[in-house]
Design a protein around this ligand. Sequence first.
Ligand code: GAR
Length: 209
Amino acid sequence: RTKLGVLVSGSGSNLQALLDACAKPDFPAEVALVVSNVPTAFALERAKKAGVPSVVLEHKAFGSRADFEKALVEKLVSAGVEWVCLAGFMRLLGVDFLGHFAGRVLNIHPSLLPAFTGLHAQRQALERGVKVAGCTVHFVDPGMDTGPIIAQAAVPVLPGDDEAALTARILKEEHRLYPLVVKLVTTGVVRLEGGRVVTSAGPAVGELS
Ligand code: GAR
């Protein structure tokens, strides 16, 4: 099974969705290490409960971004991690990290990218008055939420929605979409080729829509 490293900063509900998927015997991946840059992140409790090793690396404790990223890579490599999933990890990663895990870093973002990048995507969607919102799983490049898009799920924005209601509706789709994408990339059904996402023909393709 492909070894995943999951990077978190907060509640870790997407980590939980990945842990739950990995607990199924036919799932092609397992979580080998959880890394949090926030020592109080609830995600760390989830890792502990699942019996998965975790480590805290506080970016503030490092003199530079390069040093932080070097330490991150070291931890992941020594745990045998092959693919990295950002799951509510609120730091940008640069070339020092991405150079090592080139084309093997995924992120989930709570908007239909390229709309509403960065923080508070759901609030941005409500303020803009869009009628359809959603989430995106994409390959990570050095930009903020800019890498090649793998899959998206849409939800309606309903009259009377506040940020909490829309966030919850989107999260439900995030928890479905992220494990599905992990399955597709770790089995090679979806690949990055020349900076573009390609999908092999086959029954799994239907699962993406
Ligand atoms: C999720 O909604 C995720 O898409 C978002 O943070 C939340 C983390 O929740 N990520 C971003 O906004 C990244 N730009 P979780 O800790 O419960 O998985």
